[in-house]
Design a protein around this ligand. Sequence first.
Ligand code: 6PG
Length: 467
Amino acid sequence: MGNFDFGIVGLGVMGRNLLLNMADHNFSVAGLDLDAEKAASLENEADEKHEIKGTTDAKEFIQLIKKPRAIMLLVPAGKPVDSVINSLLPHLEEGDIVVDGGNSYFEDTNRRVADLNAKGINYFGMGISGGEKGARFGPSMMPGGNENAYERLRPIFEAVAAKVDGEPCVTYLGRSSAGNYVKMVHNGIEYAIMQLIAETYDVLKRGFNFSDNELQEVFESWNNSELQSYLVEITAAILKKEDDLTGKRLVSLISDTAKSKGTGKWTSQNAMEIQAPVPSIDLAVTMRDISKYKEERVKAASLYSWDGDTNNSRQQNVVALFKDAFYFAMINIYAQGMAQLSIASKEFDYGLNLEEVAKIWRGGCIIRAAVLEDFRNAYKNNKELPNLLLDKDLSKRLNLKQRAMREVVKTGIDKGIPMSVYSATLSYFDAYRSATLPTNLIQAQRDYFGAHKYERIDREGIFHTEW
Ligand code: 6PG
């Protein structure tokens, strides 16, 4: 009794896979699940090399783990997390550590940190990215909580995390809900890049008659370039897949109504709250919402048509143009998400190190991409960089691709094909690089109708005018 290195509550696919990953790395791990079948089937995996124990009994589970205990919850976010915590609490002791490995809302984590800290228990919110495979063979992990307590977790997490050039894709990120916040923004970026890919697919297909084979080749070739990334890679694989029933491309048989669990929406919501502009993420969330109104869209399609640019023939350089535009947009999307992290870190006193965030996003997670290495270097050169767009090296590359971005956005407008994330991204870029904006007029209007006052550029003070 009391010798196990680690405990996992929730033996669904993620919990079970992470547990087996730990066992592969020679840690003894106990699993708790109310479902007796899941607990028993876990035990079948035990052998000489894998010290594993499954149980349905919370008390027995807790007693199996060596002190201070390290226990991770892999249960659905929301109420299930609270009820598991409540069921464990009577058996936990001061100094024990509970890690929530789900996509929990960061405010929920703040509440739980306060509740459990008051009882002497360390509570961590940790985003885990990489899906089922990641959990089994190496995820990217984003823990936040008490820095001293992290030392108990570090060897286990570093062993199981994905590795890039020998460096583990996990690090202590910051206090309280820092880990959940970073994962939330990770997912916001994920939404925006997925939408960017979908728009690229749409315009090339509907606007330039690219066949599924050609599209697959485009994404495959991009994945062997500076655009190398997990999401581009899986897009090529998805486009190749044939349906077993019909022999057609499976992707073309999938309903165009997108679902979401809410992390992208939370990113946008909180970005508004802390005044961090992330329009590309906002639009990605909006596009999933628009996709839900299928019936209305079908009706509207019969009411409105656009025959502006119906010429589907291709300019020779269309793929190269889109490639540059995609790169340009991708950098701008990460720039928005990472700027949000920088603002949130100050707002919530997380103490985030964005160089470390870029480092642990290079492998294991859904938004892993070759460009993360450049971001890491940008933050290494300037720890206080407020926005990646201000990095000199990146600015040189973006300047080379700016024209392509504008050409591509024009294509969508001319052809009447929605390119919401592309357009919002370009507007963000143009606004961010505008030394002056027309918001002087907005201030004047506010003062006109509401006496809200304004500041002047030529003298100090706060002014009101009887317009
Ligand atoms: C990851 C994913 C993961 C999950 C999302 C999907 O990093 O491994 O982001 O967390 O797939 O929850 O989110 P939506 O259901 O909102 O698209």
